[in-house]
Design a protein around this ligand. Structure first.
Ligand SMILES: [Zn+2]
Length: 127
């Protein structure tokens, strides 16, 4: 990978990071708002009735899940940026093989090559 390509990927990663940080900010605001409204709604409701309202947590749980995924992605982006600095960007973390440019363009913060990723997913599926 030459300097020009590294520069391109750095630009892509920084742009992705900016978008993701924005999204996380919005989501956190929404989640806080929802949590606040739920608490208001519940004030005065006897504790024993709260268990029956369990499904109300669905939206909040979903938001937490999205936030966690975004956090993980942000972490991967930071790792990719560090690798760009260290000169190890574009190498698979498992087999040290080179990631295809096509894969990096589709997913600039990919940590594994397609072969290793597929293996990982198969492992997860059997768990
Ligand atoms: Zn690999």
């Amino acid at each position: 990978m030459n300097a020009r390509e590294r520069k391109q990927f750095r630009k892509m990663l920084i742009e992705l990071k900016r978008k993701l940080t924005n999204n996380i900010g919005h989501l956190q605001n929404d989640a806080l708002k929802t949590a606040g409204e739920t608490v208001d709604e519940w004030s005065g409701v006897p504790t024993e009735h709260m268990a029956e309202r369990g499904s109300d947590n669905f939206v909040r749980d979903l938001m937490i899940k999205v936030l966690q995924d975004s956090d993980a992605e942000l972490c991967d982006i930071n790792v990719a940026l560090e690798k760009l600095e260290a000169g190890t960007y574009g190498l698979c973390e498992n087999c040290s093989g080179k990631l295809k440019k096509k894969r990096l363009r589709a997913l600039p913060f990919a940590r594994l090559c397609i072969e290793c990723k597929q293996e990982e997913e198969q492992l997860k599926a059997t768990l």
